[in-house]
Design a protein around this ligand. Structure first.
Ligand SMILES: *[C@@H]1O[C@H](CO)[C@@H](O)[C@H](O)[C@H]1NC(C)=O
Length: 465
């Protein structure tokens, strides 16, 4: 080959590669923009941007109807002998909770309890979003940092009632204190649901970012577990200019390669002595075994495909709703509670607390629209968008608390491939999936310590000025 021809070919090839790279990276950058959809078409010009105080009301009518339904629940099918919760919610345990709900749950008192923090609503992208805004007590000279905290399914704002005062009360060792904003996710509780398809965790991150902007916060910290964790990861990826840092109690990286690597490690470590070093706890190996995936994720498949079908029964029957949700508060808190007749949940929660959470779904008639969050993740557009977001890196300072009974756990080195500025990973001595609800002190302490580190990081990286 003569010299000029070689040069021509080389330059040609380089140009083609360069153009291709530019094309794909511009395509990627364009794709990862999420549009600011208006979720209630037709109301674009008729909503105000006001922030209105809101009160949760258990009306006499609602309570009367609910008690009637609870008293007229058809006879519950008795559980098989000695199966505890292995066939799903144990109806002997459920019976006790339903009786408590009908006879002992003090609706007026609980309504007052639920309204102890200031609630508001404001319209974002066509949706009235309900949220608690808890300002700090006696902030004094301390800097007030806005902190958005997000729940998941089947939780609600009720998960945060114990942790809110732990975050809004100043601590002598820190020169800042939190103002906590905790919304009902769109479609959950007293936040409106979309009228058109497509509102997944990704678009929720847009809505909730806009909520913080509406409240006057251009920069803020974010925290979450379950769907809340998924939403804050998306928000950190999409809006690093607004997010000062994220703290998650369910850090995860959902890339095929990472998951395969983890599965391979776990498989090898089960029989190769040299791989023992990578061996994780029994719990985590169990969480990833085929058997437990099949046993524990049936709900996911239903909700990701036919949420409206199962929703009819759950919206109509408080017994059905309780059975469906309470099971998650048993196994999600400690997997071994499955083999306890009573489901173990009274170890960690009271009937009142669990029923408060049920009341959020019941009073707002929102279980169907809440379950749609699963289905929306799998629309063609959102599935592709999710892939892009998950394969991008999170550059904002991040921290994870890992509770031993969480449904899954990944190593810090794996997490760092997505959360490139992961400042802290805290292994917790106890607790499970509903960390704020179950172990508010442990979680709050870790949030304080993590955000302290993030403040320093931001200062050093000029982000906080
Ligand atoms: C889960 O519950 C069992 C008893 O049922 C207990 O032995 C175990 O320590 C608990 N796990 C955690 C991490 O709390």
């Amino acid at each position: 080959m003569d010299y000029p021809l070689a040069i021509t070919i080389s330059v040609g090839c380089c140009s083609v590669v360069y153009v291709l790279i530019r094309y794909y990276s511009s395509k990627r950058a364009k794709l990862i923009e999420v549009s600011e959809t208006w979720w209630t078409p037709g109301t674009e010009n008729s909503v105000s941007n006001d922030i209105r105080p809101y009160e949760i009301v258990f009306s006499e009518e609602l309570v009367k109807d609910l008690k009637h339904r609870l008293k007229h629940t058809r006879s519950l099918t008795p559980p098989l002998k000695d199966v505890a919760w292995n066939y799903g919610t144990n109806t002997d345990a459920l019976r006790k909770l339903l009786d408590y709900w009908a006879d002992d749950y003090n609706f007026q008192e609980r309504q007052k309890f639920i309204n102890q923090y200031p609630h508001f609503k404001t319209n974002i992208q066509g949706l009235d979003i309900h949220f608690i805004r808890a300002k700090p007590n006696n902030a004094g000279e301390k800097r007030v940092l806005p902190l958005l905290i997000l729940h998941g399914w089947p939780g609600s704002i009720m998960e945060f009632y114990k942790i809110i005062p732990l975050l809004t009360t100043p601590r002598p060792e820190h020169d800042f204190v939190f103002e906590v904003v905790t919304p009902s996710l769109p479609g959950f509780g007293f936040s409106d649901a979309a009228m058109i398809p497509g509102l997944s965790y990704i678009q929720m991150s847009v809505v909730l970012k806009n909520l913080m902007l509406r409240l006057g916060y251009d920069k803020f910290y974010i925290q979450g577990g379950d769907w809340g964790a998924t939403i804050i990861s998306a928000m950190s990826t999409l809006f690093p200019q607004h997010v000062m840092g994220m703290h998650s109690n369910m850090c995860s990286i959902m890339r095929n390669k990472a998951l395969m690597k983890q599965a391979l490690y776990e498989y090898l470590s089960s029989f190769l002595p040299w791989a023992k070093k990578t061996r994780q706890t029994d719990h985590q190996r169990r969480a990833f075994s085929h058997k437990s995936i099949l046993l524990e994720t049936g709900y996911f498949h239903i909700q990701a495909t036919k949420p409206d079908t199962v929703g009819v029964g759950l919206n109509d029957s408080p017994a059905g709703l309780a059975a469906y949700l309470i099971e998650k508060f048993s196994t999600g808190t400690n997997y071994s509670y499955k083999s306890r007749e009573d489901g173990g949940f009274l170890e960690k929660y009271t009937y009142d607390e669990l029923i408060d959470n049920l009341m959020i779904y019941w009073a707002s008639n929102s279980i169907t629209t809440a379950m749609r969050i699963y289905a929306e993740m799998f629309t063609k557009e959102n599935f592709l968008l999710g892939k892009l977001i998950n394969s991008d890196v999170v550059k904002v300072p991040s921290a994870c608390s890992q509770f031993p009974n969480e449904i899954m756990e990944q190593s810090p080195s794996l997490l760092r491939t997505r959360f490139v500025n992961l400042l802290r990973v805290t292994k917790m001595p106890r607790g499970g999936h509903f960390a704020a609800f179950e172990e508010p002190e442990l979680l709050a302490n870790d949030i304080w310590a993590s955000i302290d580190e993030m403040e320093v990081w931001n200062k050093n990286h000029n982000k906080n000025l």
